[in-house]
Design a protein around this ligand. Structure first.
Ligand code: ZN
Length: 721
C-alpha cells in the first residue's frame, strides 16, 4: 500500500530551527551518536557499503519480482518467499527463517456487473493489453476484485456518492436520496483516503454494495499523459485493493491481538471487527462511465463533477445494475522471511528493516521497487560481513506478506515477537514502494528526524547534488505549491506525522518502536493496477534504476548508523518540540474551556529541558573520549525505553490494539497525533479527554524522569574520570 504519503500534500511541521542547529553542531567529521574515532570508522565502512549496490543488479532483481502477479497467499508469492530465503543464504545473511502464519484470506472466484436499466451494459472488469508491454498480455492477471469483500448477489439502483465520506451521504440526504439497499458508486479521492473507510461508511449507511472507480481527474488523463506514454492511469486501469477495517485492528481479522501461528485460536469471521460486511468491487472509468452518463436525479454539485466529459448526476432510480461476487474464503499461509547479520557486541539489540513482498498484480512500484532495493541492501550487508565487518548490534531484515490485505504478515510477526521487540528493538526502518519518481520523502518519529536529515548529507542524489540538497529543493517546491510561507529549514524535511497504511504500523503502534519510512516519489497513476509493472518502471518511473540504488544505500546506511552508534542517535528535545506542536494543533479553533492543557504543556517543557540536557551530556561524553562501554550500554538501554513508555496497555479508547498515545491513524489512514486525546476532544467527550490528558501527562513525567536519570549517569561518569 503506502499511497498515502505519495498523494497527500504533507502537513509540514514548522518546528523552529532546532534541527538546523542540531545539524550545525555536528561538524562534517562527526556522525551523530559516534565518538570522533568511531565516526571515522563508520564513515569508512559506509563508503565501502555504498559502493556495492548497482543499478544493473537492482534491475535484475526487480525483473524477478515483477515477472508474474504475486498476490498474498498465491503460489507465486510463496515461491518468491523461498527465493528470497535462498538468495539471502547465498548472499551470506545469517539465521534465515521463514515464519508461517495461517491467516483468513479471500480470493475471487467470480465477479460480474451488468447494467440492466435503462439499457444493457456488461462491465469488462478487465484491463486492456498494450503491444509495447508484453506483461499486459499475461493470462494470469486477475480482473477487478476487492480483498475482504463478502460474497453476494443484488440488483439495485445506483447512487453516485462522490468520495464516499460521511459528509457526502449528508449531502445526498439533503437531496432526499437514501442509499439503503442501493449500490453506491464512489470514486477514489485525492488526497488519498483509504477505500476501507469508504466501505465502512457505505456499510453504516445501509448500502447493499460499493463500487469504487478511478476518475480521470484523480489519476488519469486530467493529470497528464497516460500509460504507456506517461505515468498516469489509462482508460481501463483498475485500482484493486482491500477494504479490511485494519484501522480498527490490523492483521488477520480472526486473530485480533495475537499471532496466527499454526494451531492458534481463530474467532469466527462474523465476530471480527475488522472484517467488512459489505460487497465491494473496483472499476476502471471505462466501466464506470456508462453508469454515470445514464444517471438521473439532481445534478451533482460542482466539486462532485469529475474528469469525464459528462454531467455527473446523483442518480438513485434510473440506472439499475446486477452485481454478483463470489469469494473463496479460507485460511491460507502467509510467509514472512527473516534474515540477520548478527551483532558483534550487542547481538540482542535489534535494528529491524522491512519491505512487503505481496503485490496486487506485478507490483512494479508497489512493492517490488522496494523489494529490489532490499535485495541489494542485503547483498551489501552480507558482503561487508564476509570482509570481516560486523555491525555492533544485530540487523534484522524482513520480507513481509499480506501487507496489501491488512498489513497482515508484519502484524502477525510483531504480535508473535512483541515481548522480545519491546525489550530489544532499537528502531524499525520501513520501505514499501522504494521508487515511483525522483522526489525523496522521508518520515520519522520525531526523535529520529534529525539523524535522518543528517544522514541525507552523506548520500549522493542522481542529479549530482547531495540527497540533502535534492530533498530541500523538492520540499521548497512543495511548500511553494502549498503556499506555505518561509524558506525551507531542516525541520521541514522529515515528516514527523505518521499515519498507517504500511508495515511500520505494528512496530510503532503496537510494539512501541521508533520508526522511519523512506520513499522516492513522483507522478504515479497506475497504483494497484496491471500497469504498475516492469515496463512502467523502465520507461517512466526510474529507467536507470538509480533511485532504487540510492534507496539501497540510504536504507542500509541508516541501519548501519543505528547498529553501530556509541550512543543511539535519538533527539528527545526535538521530540518535545514536535509534541508541543501536536498539542497546540489539537486545540486550534476549538472551544477548550472544558479541558486545561496547561499541565500537559508544562510537562512537555520539562521533557524538552531534560532532552536538551541529555543531548548536551551525550555530546560531551562522545567528544571527551571517556565514554565507558558499560555506561554507554545503560544509556542506550534507557533511550530504547523512551518510545516504549508512550504505550498505554489499554490502548486508545475504542481501539485497544493501538497502544501508542502520541501516534495513531484515522480511519482514512491519515496521521492522527495524540489519538486518544484528539478523538475525545473532537467528540467533545470531556471526561475521556481529561483521562487521556492525564495518561499523556504521566507518560511525559515518566520519560522526563528517565531522561534526567540518563543525563545524570553520563555526568557522573565524566566527573569520575
Ligand atoms: Zn505497498
Amino acid at each position: 500500500m503506502a499511497l498515502y504519503r505519495a498523494h497527500e500534500s504533507l502537513t509540514r511541521n514548522l518546528v523552529p530551527f532546532i534541527l538546523l542547529t542540531a545539524t550545525l553542531c555536528w561538524s562534517q567529521s562527526a556522525v551523530r551518536g559516534f565518538t570522533p574515532g568511531s565516526s571515522l570508522r563508520e564513515q569508512k565502512l559506509e563508503r565501502k557499503f555504498k559502493l556495492i549496490p548497482s543499478p544493473k543488479e537492482e534491475r535484475r532483481q526487480h525483473r524477478i519480482f515483477t515477472a508474474e502477479p504475486h498476490i498474498a497467499g498465491s503460489e507465486r508469492n510463496n515461491e518468491l518467499a523461498r527465493y528470497i530465503a535462498a538468495e539471502w543464504k547465498k548472499q551470506g545473511l545469517e539465521d534465515v527463517v521463514i515464519h508461517e502464519y495461517d491467516v483468513y484470506t479471500t480470493f475471487p472466484k467470480s465477479a460480474s456487473l451488468e447494467m440492466v436499466a435503462p439499457l444493457h451494459y456488461k462491465a469488462t472488469l478487465r484491463e486492456a493489453p498494450y503491444r509495447v508491454d508484453p506483461d499486459t498480455k499475461n493470462p494470469r492477471v486477475t480482473g477487478a476484485w476487492t480483498g475482504m469483500s463478502i460474497s453476494g448477489e443484488v440488483t439495485a439502483p445506483v447512487v453516485y456518492a462522490h468520495s464516499g465520506n460521511p459528509e457526502d451521504y449528508e449531502l445526498l440526504r439533503k437531496h432526499g436520496i437514501d442509499v439503503k439497499g442501493k449500490i453506491v458508486l464512489v470514486r477514489y479521492s485525492n488526497p488519498y483516503s483509504y477505500r476501507g473507510f469508504k466501505a465502512l461508511t457505505a456499510q453504516r449507511e445501509g448500502a447493499a454494495a460499493m463500487l469504487v472507480y478511478s476518475d480521470p481527474a484523480e489519476d488519469g488523463y486530467k493529470r497528464g499523459q497516460v500509460f504507456p506514454n506517461g505515468p498516469w492511469g489509462p482508460e481501463t486501469h483498475i485500482q484493486r485493493g482491500a477494504i479490511t477495517y485494519d484501522f480498527m485492528v490490523p492483521g488477520d481479522p480472526t486473530t485480533p491481538g495475537w499471532a496466527s501461528v499454526p494451531g492458534a485460536k481463530h474467532i469466527p469471521v462474523s465476530e471480527a471487527v475488522s472484517a467488512p460486511k459489505i460487497m465491494a468491487l473496483p472499476l476502471s472509468w471505462h466501466d464506470a462511465k456508462p453508469l454515470l452518463e445514464n444517471m438521473d436525479g439532481p445534478t451533482a454539485p460542482e466539486d462532485w463533477q469529475g474528469g469525464l466529459p459528462i454531467r455527473y448526476h446523483l442518480g438513485g432510480q434510473k440506472v439499475q445494475v446486477h452485481l454478483k461476487i463470489e469469494m473463496d474464503n479460507s485460511n491460507k499461509p502467509n510467509y514472512v522471511v527473516e534474515g540477520r547479520i548478527r551483532g558483534s557486541e550487542f547481538p540482542d539489540e535489534l535494528v529491524v528493516l522491512g519491505n512487503h513482498r505481496d503485490a496486487w498484480v506485478f507490483g512494479g512500484v508497489d512493492p517490488s521497487s522496494g523489494t529490489a532495493s532490499m535485495m541489494e541492501m542485503t547483498r551489501a550487508f552480507a558482503q561487508l560481513r564476509k570482509q570481516g565487518m560486523r555491525p555492533r548490534r544485530t540487523l534484522v531484515v524482513c520480507s513481509w506478506d499480506g501487507e496489501e490485505v491488512g498489513l497482515t504478515g508484519s502484524t502477525e510477526w510483531g504480535e508473535q515477537f512483541a515481548d522480545e521487540l519491546r525489550k530489544n528493538a532499537v528502531a524499525y526502518l520501513n520501505v514499501d514502494s522504494s521508487t515511483s519518481g525522483p522526489y525523496f520523502q522521508g518520515s520519522a518519529v520525531a526523535s529520529l528526524a534529525p539523524m535522518l536529515v543528517e544522514t541525507s548529507h552523506s548520500l549522493q542524489d542522481p542529479s549530482g547534488k547531495s540527497l540533502y540538497e535534492a530533498w530541500r529543493e523538492s520540499t521548497a517546491r512543495r511548500k511553494h505549491e502549498d503556499k506555505e510561507p518561509g524558506a525551507v529549514v531542516d525541520a521541514d524535511l522529515a515528516d514527523t506525522r505518521i499515519g498507517s497504511g504500511s508495515d511500520h504500523t505494528v512496530c510503532l503502534n503496537f510494539v512501541g518502536m521508533p520508526v522511519i519510512g523512506l520513499q522516492f516519489d513522483g507522478p504515479y497513476g497506475v497504483y494497484h493496477s496491471m500497469y504498475d509493472d516492469f515496463y512502467w518502471m523502465n520507461h517512466i518511473g526510474d529507467p536507470g534504476y538509480r533511485y532504487h540504488t540510492l534507496m539501497s544505500q540510504l536504507w542500509g546506511v541508516l541501519g548501519l548508523r543505528l547498529a553501530n552508534a556509541d550512543l543511539l542517535p535519538f533527539d528527545f528535545a526535538t521530540y518535545a518540540v514536535n509534541l508541543r506542536e501536536f498539542v497546540n494543533d489539537l486545540a486550534k479553533g476549538k472551544d477548550m474551556s472544558q479541558l486545561d492543557l496547561k499541565p500537559v504543556l508544562d510537562e512537555i517543557s520539562r521533557f524538552e529541558a531534560a532532552g536538551k540536557k541529555l543531548n548536551a551530556s551525550t555530546e560531551r561524553a562522545l567528544t571527551s573520549s571517556k565514554l565507558e562501554a558499560k555506561t554507554a550500554d545503560e544509556i542506550n538501554r534507557g533511550m530504547m525505553q523512551i518510545e516504549r513508555n508512550w504505550l498505554n496497555p489499554e490502548g486508545i479508547p475504542g481501539r485497544p490494539w493501538f497502544k501508542h498515545i502520541l501516534y495513531g491513524a484515522r480511519y482514512t489512514y491519515a496521521h492522527l497525533e495524540l489519538p486518544g486525546l484528539t478523538e475525545a476532544v473532537e467528540k467533545q467527550d470531556w471526561p475521556t479527554a481529561r483521562a487521556q490528558a492525564e495518561i499523556l501527562q504521566r507518560a511525559l513525567a515518566n520519560n522526563t524522569r528517565l531522561l534526567d536519570e540518563l543525563a545524570a549517569k553520563l555526568a557522573e561518569q565524566s566527573s569520575a574520570n
